[in-house]
Design a protein around this ligand. Structure first.
Ligand code: G6P
Length: 611
């Protein structure tokens, strides 16, 4: 939520910051801005996309060797030029960018108003900046000291990065709860919310931890804690290629990421699934097998699409491992007074590894004695570091705001973990175990087959693009896929869509059915097949339009439905990984048919680092 970039070194800062902001636009895109240090401090900002800022700056003197930039997802104050970051302090000496929320900003603001401060924006950021400047003035101290004092009063989450007109050779940054990576170049430093703006310049990075302050010059990086003690930076090497961050010939990142799924799923299985020996190798599971095997209860904690992965995992773990599973929205769990016991295992599922609600929820559970296992995509992210064990989903960078390949990666990882625990617990018989390993192994090839349906799904999208609303139904393992399909449609095409268990339809949603309502059934063969056929008949009897995702050769549903999408045969436990793919494509093409920017849907952000 909000992207930040900064640079200090011998190169021109502005082009580096601008390019970095474009890479980080997935984090927020309602306004953006830069502050550049050159013969004084110049601040430029603009409502709209980074491209709007770029256009507004044509012809301006942007020469500088130090600068900060920000792309915003509004929390306090509407998207506008004046609420855009960077903010300037009352004296004009300081400029600051901020990602996060200062929860006690009203209290700090009132204190400052009493001292005569006025504000030009509605943001919590401007309040914190002036609070810092006020401390600096009153204590006659260095900026670094003022920041330390200020942050001891601050409640909330932040990454802040400041420029000081009087110290043009230094950038100061601090973090609590929001991500910050520092890239170390030769005689230069880069700062960003994630590694994507940094990767083309250096692979040496330092992930800043909570309550740390970074004092950065072009050839020096000093890390300190809020007690002013120095900390040795832990330098890591990035395992990421620039090509992975580009569109590679596709019109949108979302489409590219949908089409990458044969490869990302293969990468996720690679080195883990060994068909020859019928084994799954996952160090995070193996090293903690006692803890996992003896779990009294598993709680899946996540948000958004990752929560849907947790819901599929509930069905899988209960069937294979015979361990009771609960699935929790992080934003509900953290504010409840949940019962967490020592034998509980929490699975923290997150693409970004930075979702604020998920972080706080798992920290709470960890404090109460639960064991935290992370299923995360972004290597080195906060959730990966908080977790006591974990398994990466290895889907590579996901830029499209609507999650696609990260979701199928999560499903594959969670199914592998369940299979491994079940094998160790002996809650699965060998033939089923081997059968499911074979089924998993076959997924990448089946995904390739499904992607050949692209043109067919594009036609369906055109046919149904004018729908006023939509209903997605599924049963068992595919109920969560109905939820995920409906979420994709809402996110990308803004069509109100509900997802329901098909059996629950008669308790309410059936009232919505008329001849204009498209009802999308996830109805591949499995335990509930006969039941779902009855549900389809119930919809047809009320003249609803049925689009059904079916197993190849299912003539019964083919004869009932208005349109079908035929899927390759698969075990029903594996089928959610496959069945979601046509629903991703359907949402994508409906969004395109309606002329929307599918990579940057309105009001959304990829990484929600505010609560
Ligand atoms: C945001 C994104 C969703 C994502 C959710 C959870 O809402 O727009 O696509 O599913 O956050 O994010 P996480 O990174 O924790 O999986």
């Amino acid at each position: 939520m909000c992207g930040i970039v900064a640079y200090i070194g011998p190169k021109e800062a502005y082009p580096i910051i601008l390019k970095g902001l474009k890479r980080l636009e997935y984090r927020g895109y309602d306004s953006s801005g830069v502050a550049l240090l050159n013969d004084g401090l110049k601040v430029y900002k603009k409502k709209g996309r980074v491209a709007d800022l770029e256009e507004s700056l044509i012809g301006k003197d942007l020469h500088a060797h130090a600068g900060i930039g920000h792309t915003r997802w509004a929390t306090h104050g509407e998207p506008s030029d004046r609420n855009a970051h960077p903010h300037s302090s009352a004296s004009g000496r300081l400029a600051m960018i901020h990602n996060g929320i200062i929860e006690n900003y009203t209290q700090l603001k009132n204190e400052l108003i009493k001292k005569g401060y006025t504000f030009t924006s509605d943001t919590d950021t401007e309040v914190l900046l002036n609070f810092i400047e006020d401390i600096q003035t009153n204590n006659n101290c260095e900026l670094e000291e003022a920041i330390r004092i200020a942050l001891k009063r601050v409640v909330g989450a932040y990454v802040i990065v400041l420029l000081d007109r009087d110290h043009p050779d230094t950038i100061i940054a601090a973090r609590k709860g929001s991500p910050l990576v520092i890239g170390i170049g030769k005689g230069e430093h880069f700062l960003a919310s994630d590694a994507s703006p940094i990767i083309e310049y250096t692979k040496e990075v330092v992930y800043v931890n909570d309550y740390e302050l970074a004092i950065i010059k072009k050839d020096e990086l000093v890390l300190k804690n809020l007690g002013n003690e120095k900390i040795t930076p832990f330098v890591q090497k990035l395992d990421l290629e620039l090509a992975a961050l580009e569109k590679g010939g596709y019109d949108h990142f979302m489409l590219k990421e949908i089409f990458e799924q044969p490869d990302t799923i293969f990468d996720c299985l690679r080195g883990r699934l060994d068909l020859g020996n019928a084994t799954i190798t996952m160090a995070g599971v193996q090293n903690n097998i006692e803890q996992l095997r003896n779990a009294q209860r598993i709680i899946m904690i996540a948000c958004g699409t990752s929560w849907h992965a947790g819901l599929v995992a509930e069905y899988v773990f209960e069937e294979l491992c015979r361990i009771p599973v609960e699935v929790e929205y992080a934003s509900e769990f953290r504010y409840r007074n949940p019962v967490v016991n020592k034998g509980d295992v929490i699975f923290a599922i997150s693409q970004s590894g930075e979702t604020a609600d998920t972080i706080v929820a798992i920290e709470k559970a960890k404090d109460q004695g639960a064991f935290i296992f992370g299923v995360v995509n972004v290597v080195g992210s906060s959730i990966a570091r908080i977790s006591q064990a974990g398994a990466y989903s290895h889907a590579g960078p996901e830029i499209g705001v609507a999650s696609t390949k990260a979701f199928t990666g999560q499903l594959v990882v969670l199914i592998m973990i369940a299979l491994k625990i079940a094998f160790e617990k002996k809650t699965i018989d060998e033939s089923r175990y081997v059968h499911l390993l074979n089924e998993l192994h076959a997924v990448p090839e089946k995904v390739k087959e499904i992607l050949l349906l692209d043109e067919h799904i594009k036609k369906l999208a055109k046919k149904y693009a004018d729908a006023k609303d939509a209903l997605y139904l599924g049963r068992g393992y595919n109920f969560p896929i109905a939820l995920e399909g409906s979420l994709k449609l809402k996110e990308i095409s803004y069509i109100p869509a509900a997802g329901y268990p098909a059996g629950e339809m008669k308790h309410g949603p059936i009232a919505l059915v008329d001849e204009s309502l498209p009802v999308i059934f996830v109805a591949t063969k499995g335990t509930h097949h006969e039941k779902i056929i009855s549900n389809i008949q119930e919809i047809k009897a009320r003249k609803g339009k049925v689009i059904a995702v079916i197993s190849e050769g299912d003539d019964v549903i083919q004869n009932l439905a208005d349109d079908v999408i035929k899927m390759p045969e698969a075990d029903e436990l594996i089928s959610p990984i496959l069945n979601v793919i046509p629903l991703q494509l359907l949402a994508y093409y409906i969004g395109i048919a309606k002329g929307y920017d599918v990579d940057k849907p309105r009001n959304l952000a990829k990484s929600v680092t505010v609560e």
